[in-house]
Design a protein around this ligand. Sequence first.
Ligand code: TRP
Length: 468
Amino acid sequence: MADTSPMDLYESLEAQGGKVRALKSAKAEKAEIDAAVQLLLKLKVDYKQTTGQDYKAGCPPSEDAAVQDNGLAADGADEADTVNPWDVSTTNAKGVDYDKLIVRFGSSKVEKELVDRIERVAGQKPHRFLRRGIFFSHRDMHQVLDAYEKQKSFYLYTGRGPSSEAMHVGHLIPFIFTKWLQDVFDIPLVIQLTDDEKYLWKDLSLDECHRFAEENAKDIIACGFDVNKTFIFSDLDYMGSSPDFYRNVVKVQKHVTFNQVKGIFGFTDSDCIGKISFPAIQAAPSFSNSFPQIFKGRKDVQCLIPCAIDQDPYFRMTRDVAPRIGYPKPALLHSTFFPALQGAQTKMSASDATSSIFLTDTPKQIKNKVNKHAFSGGKDTVEEHRKYGGNADVDVSFMYLTFFLDDDAQLEKIRQDYTSGALLTGELKKILIETLQPMIAEHQERRKQVTEETVKQFMTPRPLNFNF
Ligand code: TRP
């Protein structure tokens, strides 16, 4: 094998990957599939030995040693969880294996030490999302804190793809956490609404996407952001009106090849060119001079992006490009996914009404959905449950409480009682229902207060309270 070129090996791997997929989809004999997978694995080892890189489907060997993982598990040869901006799934009822994901994506774990450090620097008890490992992974958080301690502040960037009017509780996770960061660090925040992205990916008109962006902005504003420190923008509006933003988009576009985005995002030759160039648009807000009205032309203000881990491919690309175009790399804090009611094998999805608790649900709808659909780790009968106890690790109601019930001692007591069998599934669900109902009612109340005028204020490019 030593004299086989990387390109030859790559092509054999592509062909063999295709063969494995074809055998699997044709439901071929197990022995035949196994043999094909064995050969594939052998080729992968050869490839790694020859190129020093991991083989990635659709990503030919490059000079660039940076190994990218598109999270697509495209060769189908291992049981890796699928995690990418369009698809999250696993076969494990406990959900995605997040420790493995950290290794695959090359990020760092949010260790206790980092949580303690955030507590010291911010001077506040860490948010429950940090205490409970919901924001579990990061890139460069220590550098951000080092700089902050030396009076070098930073700004926050997060976003949302407005694919419908209906937002669910899972969508709130990054925003709840971002609001906390904004409050404790007292820093500006930009929120990108990618109505352009949703137009490119979904069967929706431009007008629909733009309208969803404005509707979603109301739910985001209802999370309590400070209007003096927050700029929310629709790509469709802001791109056309901000030459500095567009300049950064073009800079990124010049420094990423088609091959790279194919490798990172799994694009194919039949994807429209809008999709292929979109990642540059999600990258641009990571650079402070995309917002001259806020940062007065400075290009060196550090950015921190709180987001769900499925958005990481965009920011791996951004971090790869940043130094080459003279900008600091954005730091990241990644969250786990908010599980679907049916179980942690996938995340909540707005397009599946029974999988989600929507921000517009009535108390009665919340009660019915939780009682009917929330996957239970309890036993089939009360007798068995009392005897053997329930499994909180796979129980969706318990998982939701870890997101929303702030009291650590109460949560721990619920876990112990459920595990011992003292607490029944119906009782656990009742606690969840009584946690969600007021939380959502309060959200609805705050959203009602958000007028068109307020939305306009948040979405107008203007200076923010920024004096670093
Ligand atoms: N692509 C994201 C989505 O579909 C939206 C988004 C844009 C985003 N910029 C972001 C999310 C920054 C997190 C952080 O939801």
